[in-house]
Design a protein around this ligand. Structure first.
Ligand code: CMP
Length: 138
């Protein structure tokens, strides 16, 4: 999971609130760090979206300031976290989900959640510096 730049930069100090939701939902934090990702790291992180029209804007945005990178663990982690996070666009996110509560737009949608266990390992490898898509967890 990644908490996006607008939350980290905001005066409202919502990082702790988001972490509380996640921990109450039974996730254990394996690793957590405030990270300023390079454009190259963000391009690799979001490589699946490389051909999409919003890709340049997405890369600019995620590289614009620090994010909180979090390696989480629990049973059915990907499915359970995506339930907690809600739909990509906060306008469509179910009531009480993180994007409903903390998101403000499609790009400033508060958090990113991995969409498969394989991508989770790949993303953890990128943000925690285990090398290019090596798939090694922290
Ligand atoms: P995230 O879950 O981080 O994965 C890719 C991100 O691209 C997504 O959340 C959105 O914040 C952002 N994005 C911007 N425009 C779009 C779009 N049209 N469709 C999907 N995602 C978009």
């Amino acid at each position: 999971m990644m908490i996006k730049p607008e939350i980290v930069a905001a005066e409202a100090q919502q990082i702790g609130a988001i972490l509380a939701h996640v921990q109450r939902a039974g996730f254990r934090i394996r690793n957590l760090a405030l990270k300023s990702l390079s454009r190259a790291a963000v391009e690799e992180f979001y490589a699946v979206h490389r051909e999409r029209p919003f890709f340049p804007e997405l890369v600019d945005y995620i590289a614009s300031g620090p994010v909180v990178a979090i390696h989480l663990e629990r049973d059915q982690a990907v499915v359970k976290l995506r339930e907690l996070v809600g739909a990509t666009n906060p306008r469509d996110a179910a009531c009480g989900t993180l994007r409903d509560l903390y998101g403000s737009s499609l790009s400033q949608n508060a958090v990113h959640a991995s969409d498969s266990p394989e991508n989770a390992l790949r993303e953890i490898g990128i943000v925690f510096g285990e090398g290019r898509g090596s798939g090694r967890a922290s």
